[in-house]
Design a protein around this ligand. Structure first.
Ligand SMILES: *Cc1c(COP(=O)(O)O)cnc(C)c1O
Length: 400
């Protein structure tokens, strides 16, 4: 298959294929990037919804899933939503983001992060990411703000656009916690509200604390490709009781409690997670520790296999963090000479579904004109990141 065996690019692809095959074994069908796994109370809980008729926007599983998520993450308030992007949208509103504001966010992220900023009628201001965590580079962001922003009356103002830079959204890429210590100190210094896009990091800890605890508000996603799925869904997390109450109100059409009158006191959103989906979530959450354990084992196997592949780095959890290893990631060498296409071609053709990182946000047509920092780090990463098959089922359930 490696027709151009003497080409160093193909040689690199061949080495990577050998390493992946040594972990996953040979395959005659395509091994997906990340598959959902149902093996516990999912059928019982969903059937219970059908049997009782509580399938829609209210029901016992919604309340239970919110309690269970708060207990699991250690965040005091969890409000479930229709999807992760909706949760992020409400995060931005609760952070006080107003029309015309700018919001700092990584260029290297899923489009939902930037879209949520646009839904809040604000402008994303893209910043760079670093190769250790794939999260926002705190040092480079500090340097960028020193150049383009000024503190004025307790606000961070963009000196060239005049807009208030209201918030900083950080993202825990593929489950690896970003540098929260440095980034939260930076947010304090620059009077920015810190928001964690924790869509990919359910089960990931930073300094022993679950991601989503440091931001004033944070968002989770339970989309089908995430570590825990409700079909589609998300949650907003906050340790502020007033923001928790506001989040519940805004995501449930801002209805005022009343015996029978339908009265709404502001423009709310129908962002509720149906009981049917919450039931799935309750069952999935019971199995999450087991899935996390197997994903960690898979990551260790990849790490060992890639130790012998010259120039290729398997992305380990950052120091002080425990990653959920949602997607296992390798970084191609910096001087790889456009090997990315060859590597993806080789792995996918051999039955191992592999994907590059997202197209950087500032290259998408709707965001090309947005303000941005120098994005050299993200641009390099976009040519080097390869995600490998990461489903928990790729490791046998541990004997219990
Ligand atoms: C999945 C994801 C989202 C959005 O979640 P949806 O539930 O698909 O709306 C947001 N940000 C990141 C980084 C994600 O990976």
């Amino acid at each position: 298959m490696l027709a151009r065996g003497s080409d160093p690019k193909s040689e690199l692809a061949g080495h990577i294929l050998t390493a992946v095959r040594s972990v996953l074994g040979g395959t005659s069908s395509l091994i997906p990037l990340h598959e959902p796994e149902f093996g516990g109370a999912e059928w019982t809980f969903v059937k219970d919804c059908l049997d009782t008729g509580w399938v829609s926007s209210v029901g016992g599983y919604v309340d239970r899933f919110e309690r269970d998520l708060a207990a699991f993450t250690g965040v005091s308030h969890a409000i479930v939503t229709a999807n992760g992007t909706a949760a992020l949208h409400i995060c931005l509103i609760l952070a006080g983001v107003k029309a015309g504001d700018e919001v700092l966010a990584p260029a290297l992220t899923f489009v939902g992060t930037a879209n949520a900023i646009a839904y809040a009628s604000a402008t994303p201001h893209f910043v760079d990411s670093e190769s250790r965590t794939l999260g926002v580079d705190a040092e480079r962001l500090e340097a960028h703000l020193s150049q383009v922003a000024i503190l004025k009356g307790g606000r961070c103002v963009n000196r060239s656009t005049g807009a208030t830079i209201r918030a900083l959204v950080v993202m825990h890429a593929f489950g690896h916690p970003c540098d929260l210590d440095a980034l939260s100190a930076l947010a304090d210094r620059w009077k920015l509200v810190l928001i964690e896009d924790a869509a990919e990091s359910l089960g990931s800890l930073h300094n022993g604390v679950h991601t989503g605890n440091v931001g004033r508000v944070s968002a989770l996603s339970f989309n089908g490709n995430k570590i825990l799925t409700t079909g589609g869904g998300g949650a907003l997390l906050t340790n502020d009781p007033e923001l928790g109450r506001r989040a519940k109100h805004l995501t449930t059409t801002a209805r005022v409690a009343d015996r029978w009158n339908f009265r709404h006191d502001e423009v709310g959103y129908n962002y509720r997670l149906p009981n049917l989906n919450a039931a799935l979530g309750c069952a999935q959450l019971e199995r999450l520790p087991n899935m996390l354990a197997r994903k960690r084992l898979l990551a260790e196997r990849y790490a060992a296999a890639f130790e012998t592949v010259p120039g290729v780095e398997f992305l380990r959890e950052p120091a002080g963090s425990a990653s959920n290893y949602w997607l296992n990631t390798i970084l191609l060498p910096e001087d790889h000479d456009d090997a990315l296409g060859d590597v993806l071609e080789t792995l996918n053709a051999s039955g191992y579904m592999s994907r590059p990182v997202w197209t950087l946000m500032h290259l998408l047509p709707m965001y090309v004109a947005c303000p941005r920092a120098d994005l050299a780090g993200s641009e390099s990463l976009a040519t080097r990141v390869v995600n490998l098959p990461s489903s928990p089922r790729l490791v046998d359930a541990p004997a219990s």
